[in-house]
Design a protein around this ligand. Sequence first.
Ligand code: C5P
Length: 207
Amino acid sequence: LLMIVTIDGVAASGKSSVSSGVAQALGVPYVSSGLLYRAATLLGLEADLDLRGAPDLLNLLGAHPVRLEPLAGGNRVWQGERDLTDDLHSTRVDRGVSVVAALPEVREWVDAQLRALPEPFVAEGRDMGTNVFPHAPHKFYLTASARIRAERRARERPEDVPAIEADLQRRDELDTVQSAPAPDALVIDTGPLDLQGVIDTILTRLH
Ligand code: C5P
């Protein structure tokens, strides 16, 4: 099984925890593509750029390259010596990232970095199975209701469940274009499953 496994899905569907678990079981790294979109957003916000303006953002990213380190236990994102990882999951970045991810130039910047990574790995995001790795032999797509996802995420954010649910629904809408499941992906409703249940569902399909 020395190949690429893609795990896509809506915001807060558990993609990164599931991908990490599957990758560890397979003994390969996982790659969290959303972190690169988040890094572009964080750096744009810190530089006070208009997040809708691709040229300035791309200049910034070109001048100070960002690197994704795909470890099995958790990905890290570096800009030179600075570890950006712990700053990528703020509410500010959550709210800006869909605007940045809608820019074709930024999508190309992310896709090029992903396609340069050595196989095998588990790739997690929105369009791993459709756009970035359409020939991957194993594709999965995770869903769950907005309420269930908000309840899960409320354990990691300061806001309350209704506020998080509203933000998730807004992000789902903005992400619709790049979030369709691949026709050959297995769609898994994670609502009734716990983390290990989702991981096991995927591993069963791989054996
Ligand atoms: O997966 P995560 O929620 O961290 O992704 C953050 C944002 O990055 C998403 O809301 C989406 O706008 C964007 N994204 C994307 N394509 C991917 C991964 C993430 O557009 N493959």
